[in-house]
Design a protein around this ligand. Structure first.
Ligand SMILES: *Cc1c(COP(=O)(O)O)cnc(C)c1O
Length: 368
């Protein structure tokens, strides 16, 4: 049997096991308990914001952020066309309309020029997504938002620890959103977080997260709220992961650098970008096939799979989804989406593994 190389796998050590066991044994298994508060406090410190609030997952974090900013039916929210479906879905949950704009061909993140063209009288917010670990051009996005009085919600679900000109992602918009799904930089199994410097938004999010229950009167609800609370058990896992985040990010960078060493000389493909102003987290190692490559992306994935090498296609443009179908004309998003794939990026890969994967890949690309 050949070795199997998954695209992602979590890194769980004795520390995670110890904290989770402690949470379970303590009896605080639901959404009260010190791990939740420790995790939120340490996460806020890590990102460099005043407040952080845990949620059940990244999608509910997005929804809670939008709801806390009072985004609702009749509003429009500008999102990149190339992203995970949670982004437009969370907008749709509020009744607002997601408006898809094109990406920048170099960063694969939202194109500020395209944002300008999409703004209407109904636009309320912009959601830049730090795709695959590379930050969006936040100064440009924030400047447009300021000029038009719009909110900025940073989707940092794939970019814990990424930096834009030395500032951590999740600290530059009105609200930042993170996911702790099993394949993310750090995980709680399922889980999410919102970050903000705005006390009113934080308080509003906390209130809505807990069924909008009155602070003065228990079981009194004046508004439609949600139950988006994370458990103490999950927060215990999250705290242990957060304490190891620099180690995990170093490993991601090392993995990317090894791929770069083995694949970088082959000019017909492109790997993850890293702008001068950026610290990429290399959440997923990405490969873009150039136009001289004959084998299609999907055939390549199939062949790699036969060798035990798991890959993932890039996200499809959201404007192509049956529920959002629109004639977007977002050519960069369509171009990158069709030619991109994610290579095995899990923390357990060693240099030999990456050499094997790279050589298998090059053999397929050269003989196609
Ligand atoms: C993973 C992800 C989310 C949603 O996170 P879940 O925890 O899976 O709900 C949102 N946005 C982006 C860009 C993601 O990659």
């Amino acid at each position: 049997m050949n070795k199997f190389f998954p695209v992602a796998e979590p890194s769980i050590t004795e520390r995670e096991i110890r904290y989770v066991l402690d949470a379970v044994k303590s009896g605080w298994v639901s959404s009260l308990g010190h791990y939740i508060f420790d995790f939120e406090k340490r996460f806020a410190e890590y990102v460099g914001v005043k407040y952080a609030l845990t949620t059940t997952n990244g999608t509910t974090a997005l929804h809670l952020a939008l709801a806390s900013l009072d985004i609702k039916g009749g509003d429009e929210v500008i999102v990149p066309d190339l992203t995970f479906v949670a982004v437009p879905n969370a907008v749709a949950y509020t009744g607002a309309k997601p408006v898809f704009v094109d990406i920048d061909l170099e960063t694969w993140c939202i194109d500020p020029e395209a944002i300008k063209k999409a703004i209407t009288a109904r636009t309320k917010a912009i959601i830049p997504v730090h795709l695959y670990g590379h930050p969006a051009d936040m100064d440009a996005v924030n400047q447009i938002a300021e000029e038009h009085g719009l909110y900025v919600i940073e989707d940092a679900a794939e970019a814990h620890g990424a930096e834009y000109e030395g500032k951590k992602v999740g600290s530059m918009g009105h609200v930042g959103v993170f996911s702790f799904y099993g394949n993310k930089v750090i995980t709680t199994g399922e889980g999410g977080m919102i970050t903000t410097d705005d006390e009113a938004v934080y308080e509003r999010a906390r209130f809505l997260r807990d069924h909008a229950m009155s602070k003065e009167r228990r079981y009194w609800h004046t508004e439609l709220g949600f139950n988006y609370r994370l458990t103490n058990i999950q927060a215990a896992l999250g705290l242990a992961q957060l304490e190891r985040i620099e180690e995990l990010l170093d490993k991601k960078r090392l993995i990317f650098k090894s791929y770069e060493e083995f694949l970088g000389g082959f000019g017909a493909i492109r790997l993850n970008p890293e702008k001068k102003w950026a610290r990429n987290t290399f959440w997923m190692v990405c490969l873009i096939l150039g136009k001289d490559i004959k084998i299609t992306r999907d055939e390549l994935m199939l062949e790699l799979r036969k060798m035990g090498i798991d890959t993932r296609p890039f996200f499809y443009p959201m404007s192509q989804m049956p529920i959002y179908k629109s004639n977007s004309g977002n050519s960069a998003a369509y171009d990158i989406s069709g030619k991109g794939l994610n290579l095995p990026s899990g923390g357990n890969l060693n240099r030999k593994d990456i050499e094997f994967i790279s050589q298998s890949l090059l053999a397929l690309l050269k003989h196609s």
